[in-house]
Design a protein around this ligand. Structure first.
Ligand code: GRG
Length: 272
């Protein structure tokens, strides 16, 4: 994981450079958030899936970069005053606090656009149909049945009485699990995995996506609640069950699934 994280940092650093003075500001703003030190879980999932199916790491690098660009742009927009209105992200000022709402919105838009262009421009060594499918998977993960749709339902459910379990699960599936699913499936598709393999990857990713959110809620409770033991204990059992289900979906791959199994454990054991 650490090797893949370091590789991801290098790829991200190389992926965005200003080539003319007129783009210095927007690129600076994009690079500020892209290189602000996240856990890089989505690129790791993409690399681990591609390697599980015998694919080449090189062929998956542009998709891994694109996944982190999409994730980063969603965080920039999520932090805006019109959404969560956060001043800090990963302990640093948020993009709009430093660059203003106008530049932050456009930096997010440019990063989303660049994510697709990057995959189309940089992917080498795999048939074009796989690249097109990857672009489709990425697009799906962002749209109405993806991050944007999940965020809208989340925003509109806030403060509402009686938000049901179904709604909550829908929000987490699209706001969080959709991009994790895209990460695993992009890696699998680039390696030439079969439809059955891809379906197993989807099951794995949806389960870890929900577990991810349960783990986030536990971290929130741990940092804020007085009734820590009770709530966290029950949620930990739910998260563990989701991770066990995720791992079961990859049972046919034996040892080759080890990195994805490890990532599933990491998702609920992480402290940030
Ligand atoms: C995608 C067009 C488009 C717009 C964005 C704002 C928005 C729509 C969606 C919100 C998406 C969002 C913030 C989802 C939460 C996802 C999540 C679990 C974030 C935390 O991920 P980590 O823990 O973060 O991987 P690090 O900091 O490690 O990168």
């Amino acid at each position: 994981m650490e090797e893949k994280r370091v590789l991801t940092e290098q790829l991200l650093d190389a992926s965005l450079k200003s080539t003319v003075p007129q783009t210095d500001l927007i690129i600076e703003s994009m690079r500020y958030s892209l290189l602000a030190g996240g856990k890089r879980v989505r690129p790791m999932l993409c690399f681990a899936a591609t390697e599980m199916f015998g694919g080449s790491l090189d062929a998956a690098k542009p998709a891994a970069v694109a996944l982190e660009m999409i994730h980063t742009m969603s965080l920039i927009h999520d932090d805006l005053p019109a959404m969560d209105n956060d001043d800090l992200r990963r302990g640093k000022p948020t993009n709009h606090v430093l660059y203003g709402d106008d530049v932050a919105i456009l930096a997010g838009d440019a990063m989303l656009s660049e994510s697709f262009a990057h995959v189309a421009r940089e992917t080498r060594g795999v048939p074009a149909e796989r690249v097109v499918r990857v672009l489709g998977i990425l697009g799906d993960s962002v749209g109405a049945l993806g991050l944007a749709g999940g965020q809208v339902l989340d925003l509109k459910s806030e403060g509402q009485p009686n938000v049901g379990m179904d709604t909550l699960q829908w929000i987490h599936t699209y706001k969080t699990a959709a991009l994790l699913k895209a990460a695993v499936c992009c890696g699998a598709v680039l390696a030439g995995a079969s439809e059955e393999d891809i379906a197993r990857c989807e099951t794995y990713a949806l389960k870890i996506g929900l577990a991810f959110q349960v783990a986030d809620d536990i971290l929130d409770v741990e940092s804020s609640s007085a009734e820590l033991g009770k709530t966290a204990g029950k949620d930990e059992a739910i998260a563990r069950e989701l991770v066990d289900d995720a791992k079961a979906a990859l049972a046919p791959y034996g040892e080759r699934a080890a990195p994805l199994l490890g990532l599933a454990d990491y998702i609920i054991a992480r402290k940030s």
